[in-house]
Design a protein around this ligand. Structure first.
Ligand SMILES: [Zn+2]
Length: 390
């Protein structure tokens, strides 16, 4: 009960930044003595700050309580196949810093381990220098994860990345609680956390890049499914007997609109001598978006195909989940308003009208450290805001 009150106070202050004791009493409708005891114990632990009630600074005004941002750091790590990203949030959830270490192309497990160790050591040195300890760390992994056991199950883009005890690796270097999430879930949480209160009941985030992934935050919680593999939108089958997918199936959304499939289409155009600025030597989604801006008809044809398959995948997801808000990210969203307009048309053709009522679809405004930031925010939430491991 008291632990819940501590957690409630921390969550409220995290949301509102500053409140007086009286405001907190009114907020929770509890006896002042009970609230004062909880606030005093949080102050004693260095988690809350409250200006001296009799100081000149506060005068006759009731002093406002806030979370002590120097109480601890919360780290978020994103493991990618081309780099590792580490971000640090302070106890108020503000970004304190970010560092990235690139990986060699086609990295092996040892390369990731080495880079991760280096990054952790760099960050620990900084925190020692500043005098603020890390309190918890969370990892966003690019593949399938067992978040209960803290094990990365499998990622096909890193050689040998199978059954990796990643939380244990980190705890050997820094003895703090470490949680593991899929990158899609961490990213969805980052998007959710940036929204103003009251936040949406359900937020679906979809990454549209060379890989296609998604995460759902429902009622403030990550929706994981029974054993952690829900929301694999990239592996929804959208074309019967379509191209082979790395998962072993055929016609998955990712295999139909992902990089390999687009390269095949461009190859086909070249063989038929179709006039286009697209070329295989420098192809990625950024080049594709640029081609669309030059009114390249062949690129536009491919784009229409992409949107059609995306429409099939996303409308199935909307029909099943009925989200309140969808946020898209990844390099395909460089196509901007063009993508949104066509996608909305697709959804209106395929979804129940009621599911589209008030459904907002937006493009993310975050950069590529967003997933690591989401992981750090989850570390902060699971520990400080839940008043655990303190
Ligand atoms: Zn697949």
């Amino acid at each position: 009960m008291i632990k819940n009150l501590h957690s409630n106070i921390l969550n409220k202050l995290y949301q509102r930044e500053k409140m007086t004791r009286i405001e907190l009493v009114e907020e929770f409708q509890i006896r002042p003595a009970t609230l004062y005891d909880a606030v005093n114990s949080l102050k004693k632990k260095g988690i809350l700050l409250e200006p001296d009630r009799k100081s000149k600074k506060t005068g006759r005004k009731a002093p406002e309580i806030s979370i002590n941002e120097r109480h601890g750091y919360y780290g978020g790590i994103e493991i990618r196949d081309d780099e590792i990203i580490f971000v640090t949030l302070n106890a108020c959830g503000n970004l304190e810093g970010a560092e990235q270490l690139p990986l060699s192309s086609h990295p092996k497990v040892e390369d990731v381990h080495e880079a991760l160790t280096q990054l952790l050591k760099n960050q620990l040195q900084k925190s020692d220098r500043i005098g603020i300890p890390y309190r918890a760390i969370a990892v966003a992994d690019l593949g399938l994860v067992d978040n209960q056991k803290g094990i990365s199950l499998k990622a096909i883009n890193i050689q040998g990345w199978e059954l990796i005890p990643i939380c244990h690796w980190i705890q050997k270097i820094v003895q703090v609680p470490v949680q593991l999430y899929s990158a899609n879930n961490a990213r969805a949480y980052r998007e959710y956390r940036a929204l103003p209160y009251p936040r949406p009941y359900s937020l679906l985030h979809i990454e549209l890049d060379h890989g296609i992934g998604s995460g759902l935050i429902q009622n403030g919680e990550i929706y994981n499914g029974f054993n952690g593999c829900a929301l694999e939108i990239g592996h929804l089958i959208v074309e019967e007997n379509g191209p082979h997918c790395l998962c072993g199936n055929r016609g998955c959304l990712e295999s139909v609109i992902g990089k390999i499939s687009l390269e095949k289409r461009i190859n086909g155009l070249k063989q038929e001598n179709v006039n286009t600025v697209l070329n295989l030597e420098s192809f990625d989604y950024s080049a594709f978006s640029k081609a669309l801006q030059t009114s390249d008809k062949a690129a536009f044809g491919i784009f229409m195909e992409i949107v059609k398959f995306l429409g099939i995948g996303i409308s199935s997801t909307v029909t099943l989940l009925n989200p309140e808000k969808i946020i898209l990210s990844g390099r395909l969203t460089n196509t901007g308003e063009k993508l949104l307009t066509l996608l909305r048309q697709q959804l209106s053709m395929r979804c129940l009208p009621h599911a589209l009522k008030n459904l907002e679809i937006l493009i993310s405004s975050f950069d590529h450290t967003a997933t690591a930031e989401g992981a750090a925010a989850l570390a902060l939430r699971e520990n400080l805001l839940n008043y655990k491991n303190i």
